[in-house]
Design a binder for this molecule. Structure first.
Ligand SMILES: Nc1ncnc2c1ncn2[C@@H]1O[C@H](COP(=O)(O)OP(=O)(O)OP(=O)(O)O)[C@@H](O)[C@H]1O
Length: 222
């Protein structure tokens, strides 16, 4: 079981059976091996978000299978899918989506408490992660008090809070200026490598994609 994620012949059509169906994915095969960082490069509208939602168990394909850590997740009820999402997956988006009323550290502690980790262990992990991205001195600041790059670094730490096996990221540095994007991306890669995480990272940036282990292109179906 060396693949963390395996998508087999995945298909997705929005509005199937309706007057204006939109076929987005057809017969898509994709694997992410343990410890591998894969870039997903796709033109706008090709179905990158759809694919990440399916891989992230937030949406279901209407054909094919989604296998996460050797377990076929296709057709499972919501409860085990939600559980797997909370324990095995980490998410980073273009915008940080941090909780504004909580500090950087609290934003990393809260998802751990939801998974039954003790306050003490959660706080220690948050401190460790913030240290790895050079933000120990910002632990008690709220998101609005942080720069865009700092907010995104906290979002990376939050995604890793529960030690997932797979990170799914949608344009994780797309909201930052090119120089900050490069620096913050380096930190994300260091975090991923240090923790032995696997990742599927969608980006329009070919320079960033070239720094990952493998690049997968996604073309529009129609
Ligand atoms: N709920 C929906 N109903 C109908 N069509 C949809 C729905 N969601 C997405 N689509 C269509 O599916 C296609 C793929 O959308 P998706 O958001 O996956 O693309 P994307 O590659 O992430 O694009 P971008 O880079 O612009 O975010 C688009 O043509 C979009 O209009």
């Amino acid at each position: 079981m060396n693949d963390v994620l395996r998508l087999e012949a995945v298909g997705k059509t929005y509005g199937k059976g309706g007057p204006a169906p939109v076929e987005v994915l057809r017969g898509l095969d994709l694997t992410v091996a343990r410890g591998e960082v894969v870039a997903l490069v796709a033109p706008s509208g090709a179905g990158k978000s759809t694919l990440l939602h399916i891989a992230g168990l937030l949406d279901t394909p209407d054909a094919g299978r989604v296998i996460l850590n050797g377990r076929d997740m296709t057709g499972l009820p919501d409860k085990p899918r939600t559980e797997a999402r909370r324990r095995e997956l980490g998410f980073v988006y273009q915008f940080h989506h941090l909780l504004p009323e909580f500090s950087a550290a609290e934003n990393i502690v809260l998802p751990q408490l939801a998974n039954g980790i003790s306050q003490r262990d959660a706080a220690a992990r948050a401190a460790d992660l913030l240290g790895r991205v050079g933000l120990s001195h910002r632990a008690d600041h709220r998101p609005a008090q942080l720069s865009g790059g700092e907010q995104q670094r906290v979002a990376f730490c939050r995604a890793l809070a529960n030690a997932p096996s797979l990170l799914l990221a949608d344009e994780p540095t797309g909201n930052l200026d090119p120089e900050t994007s490069d620096r913050v991306f380096d930190m994300l890669m260091a975090l991923v490598r240090d923790t032995g995480l696997s990742a599927l990272i969608a980006t329009h940036n070919h320079g960033l994609a070239a720094r990952m282990d493998r690049v997968i292109g996604l073309n529009a179906v129609a």
